[in-house]
Design a protein around this ligand. Structure first.
Ligand SMILES: [Fe+2]
Length: 217
C-alpha cells in the first residue's frame, strides 16, 4: 500500500485518514526495552481496539511492518480475533462465558486513557461493534476507586476466547495489515530486541500505523 497525504488512497477506500499533531497521518512505532508505554513496549499486549475512549474511534487500523522483530518468528506473533466469532463462542460457552457476554453487551463499562482525565462510559459491544482495551478498563476502575472482580474475570475470558478463535500470523517488511477497529480485536505478542551497543543501540521491530476515520462522522 502506498501512503499518500493527499487522500488518494483514503478516497479509494472510502474513508479519510485520522491526523496527529500538525497534519501527520502516519505514526511510526519503534519498540524499546526501556519503556512501558503500550505502543512501544516489547511486553506482550492484550487483545484490544484502538482509540477506545475517543468519541469516534478509528474505523480501520492499518499496520505496515518496517523492520521485522530480530527474534521472529519465535517472537512478534500477531493475532486478530473477529468479533462475531468471539460473541458466538461466548454465547455457546460455560457460565463464565455467558457472564462475559453480558458484561460486553448488557452492562455499561468505563474506560480511561493515561493522558486524559475524562472517562468514556457505555456498552463495550453495541450494534455489532466493539471498543475494548483491558488497560483502559483497569485504569478507569482504579480512578473510580472500584476493585472489580467482574472486570478481571471478563478480561481473562475474552483473552481465552479470542485466542481460541484467532490464528497467529507474522508480517515482514512491507507487509501491511488492515484491521477493522470496530469488528475485530488485535493482539500484539511479546517482542524481542538485539543489542548492538548496550544499552542505547539495538535492533527491534518498527511499524507504521495509519488510522482511517469513520466515513459517516
Ligand atoms: Fe492497537
Amino acid at each position: 500500500m502506498i501512503f499518500c497525504p493527499d487522500g488518494a488512497v483514503s478516497s479509494a477506500i472510502g474513508s479519510a485518514f485520522a491526523t496527529y499533531g500538525t497534519g501527520r497521518i502516519v505514526k511510526r512505532f519503534r519498540m524499546s526495552p526501556w519503556t512501558n508505554e503500550l505502543s512501544h513496549t516489547i511486553r506482550a499486549g492484550d487483545f484490544h481496539t484502538d482509540g477506545n475512549v475517543s468519541t469516534f474511534p478509528p474505523f480501520y487500523t492499518t499496520m505496515q511492518c518496517e523492520q521485522e522483530d530480530p527474534g521472529a518468528p519465535e517472537y512478534a506473533e500477531q493475532r486478530v480475533a473477529y468479533l462475531p466469532h468471539v460473541l458466538e463462542r461466548l454465547a455457546s460457552g460455560n457460565s463464565e462465558d455467558i457472564q462475559t457476554l453480558k458484561f460486553l453487551t448488557e452492562f455499561d463499562a468505563a474506560m480511561a486513557h493515561e493522558r486524559s482525565s475524562s472517562l468514556w462510559r457505555g456498552r463495550l459491544v453495541q450494534n455489532g461493534e466493539i471498543r475494548y482495551h483491558p488497560h483502559s478498563l483497569r485504569l478507569a476502575s482504579k480512578r473510580l476507586g472500584e476493585q472489580s472482580p467482574t472486570i478481571e474475570s471478563a478480561i481473562a475470558t475474552i483473552h481465552r476466547v479470542a485466542l481460541e478463535t484467532s490464528i497467529p500470523f507474522h508480517t515482514r517488511p512491507g507487509d501491511t495489515v488492515m484491521v477493522s477497529n470496530r469488528t475485530a480485536l488485535a493482539l500484539p505478542r511479546r517482542l524481542s530486541v538485539r543489542f548492538t551497543k548496550f544499552p542505547t543501540e539495538f535492533d527491534s521491530r518498527s511499524l507504521f500505523i495509519l488510522h482511517l476515520k469513520d466515513p459517516s462522522k
